[in-house]
Design a protein around this ligand. Structure first.
Ligand SMILES: CC(C)(COP(=O)(O)OP(=O)(O)OC[C@H]1O[C@@H](n2cnc3c(N)ncnc32)[C@H](O)[C@@H]1OP(=O)(O)O)[C@@H](O)C(=O)NCCC(=O)NCCS
Length: 436
């Protein structure tokens, strides 16, 4: 069996052999298919990249049909149970789990890069009191590039890694400052004696106590949520990171672009939408009526369905178990009853079964965050902090891949072809429908 595709162009009756490698054909091979010498050649059209591989990667594997997620080969279930966010970050970046010594070194480096320049506080102060924390995060991460001019040396391994460490380390600090700013609270400096998530909780919630003692269950729960959000291959923000990074801009600017992508409600905002939906439904007895509306196409069941997963999102299963542990500490969020009933009915209903719509990662995360006293506008920020590990790992892989170049897609131009400029007095008036 030949690993190739035989294509007959019916316009010319010419036959082409296109090699198949790793289950793909190279889009550039289509260019050979022409009707004449001056024909540009065939392109593929794929808005939203639904069937286009933009890179070769060794970081994250997803089998959406089976509901499998692996980081560097390790199942997410095992990482969730046995690993930590920082160990998973190390794995994503370096490709292997660290030895004890390597892990200590990595944690030490991250811990000693959590402070931000004092001028960042002034920058924060410039934001309006009700500025969205994700907007603040986006702006301040971008601003970090001006504090570290050596970040431009992206091909210098030492410089590059220092920025990757800084990004992972400073993200919780910026996020916590953004939160404190919106509450009118003084900024809390990082506490190096605490864990990554313990320190984050301290920077968020410490008031006057000399040392903040995070609740161990909540500290671990947040760490587990960070493990589950660390990477998800070529999603919208990962793609933004690679695409903007391909211009060889510094990584702070590229992460700002990735955060911008994540800010959108279709990406990082779904867990907030789930919470709104659960609040709107209000009680268990109203669930059936809501499902009816979903089936009539009036609304979508938020937290259900996924572009890649056509099975239960493996991360959602883990989070569902976590809900109980968190609620034992925080008290039950009454919306849990509504969520469980929604899930029960949907999983038995032909509409959802036929469309392979299962709960995704966002279905339960909002309930946990709310129980942990995070305001809703912090939800996408809680996604951005751990996803930074994935973004920088994807970014470095892209930079070191000799097959990569500056990202520059093609288009199908359907507009006017060349025509002559005509002076304003001689122009026909626009059709009334073109209301500007
Ligand atoms: C995630 C999502 C955008 C993926 O969309 P997609 O892969 O483009 O899937 P489509 O929009 O093509 O949907 C396929 C079918 O399932 C239906 N569908 C998809 N998600 C649905 C949902 N959450 N509720 C109800 N119906 C849904 C669509 O109406 C469509 O039905 P049809 O074939 O009868 O027209 C989509 O499932 C969604 O909007 N989910 C809710 C938002 C959410 O939870 N986002 C977080 C993702 S991590």
């Amino acid at each position: 069996m030949a690993d190739s595709l035989t294509v007959i162009d019916n316009r010319t009756e010419k036959k082409y052999e296109i090699p198949i490698e790793n289950g793909t054909i190279k889009a550039m091979d289509l260019r050979r298919i022409k009707t004449s010498d001056d024909d540009f050649g065939l392109m593929s059209y794929d808005p939203a990249f639904t069937n286009t591989a933009c890179c070769k990667s060794q970081i994250t594997f997803i089998d959406g049909e089976q509901g499998i997620l692996l980081h560097r080969g390790y199942p997410i279930e095992q990482l969730a149970e046995k690993s930590t966010y920082l160990e998973t970050a190390y794995l994503l970046i370096y490709g292997e789990l660290p030895s004890g010594e390597e892990m200590d070194g990595f944690v030490n480096q991250i811990t000693h890069h959590t402070m931000v320049h004092e001028n960042i506080k002034k920058l924060m102060d410039g934001f309006h009191y009700d500025a969205h924390p994700m907007g603040i995060l986006l702006g301040t991460v971008g601003a970090l590039s001006t504090f570290y001019p050596e970040a431009k040396n992206i091909m210098d391994q030492e410089d590059r890694h220092r920025q990757m460490i800084r990004l992972i380390a400073k993200m919780p600090t910026l996020a916590a400052y953004a939160y404190r700013h919106s509450r009118g609270l003084p900024y809390t400096y990082p506490d190096n004696s605490l864990s990554f998530t313990g320190n984050f909780l301290s920077m968020l919630f410490r008031i006057t106590e000399p040392t903040y003692h995070p609740h161990p269950v909540l500290e671990r729960a947040l760490d587990l949520l960070f493990v589950l959000h660390a990477d998800h291959e070529q999603n919208c923000s990962g793609n933004a990171m690679r695409s903007v990074g391909s211009s060889h801009v510094d990584p702070y600017s590229a992460v700002a672009a990735a955060i911008a992508a994540l800010y959108g409600p279709l990406h990082g905002g779904a867990n907030e939408a789930v919470l709104h939906m659960l609040k709107d439904i209000g009680s268990k007895d109203k669930v059936a009526a809501h499902i009816k509306k979903v089936k009539a196409g009036e609304v979508r069941l938020m937290g259900f369905g996924h572009r890649v997963y056509k099975n239960y999102d493996p991360r959602a299963k883990i989070i569902k178990r976590l809900v109980e542990e968190v609620f034992e500490v925080t008290g039950i969020n009454p919306l849990l009853e509504v969520a469980l009933e929604l899930e029960r009915i949907a999983l038995e209903d032909e509409y959802f079964i036929a469309r392979k719509l299962y709960p995704n990662i966002d279905f339960y995360t909002g309930l946990i965050y709310e129980a942990m006293k995070f305001p809703m506008d912090m939800f996408p920020v809680l996604f951005a902090i751990p996803r930074t590990a994935g973004w920088v790992a994807q970014w470095e892989e892209m930079l070191l891949d000799p097959e990569q170049k500056i990202a520059r897609p093609r288009q199908i131009y359907l507009g006017q072809m060349q025509r002559d400029y005509c002076s304003i007095t001689n122009r026909p008036s626009q059709a009334p429908a073109r209301d500007r």
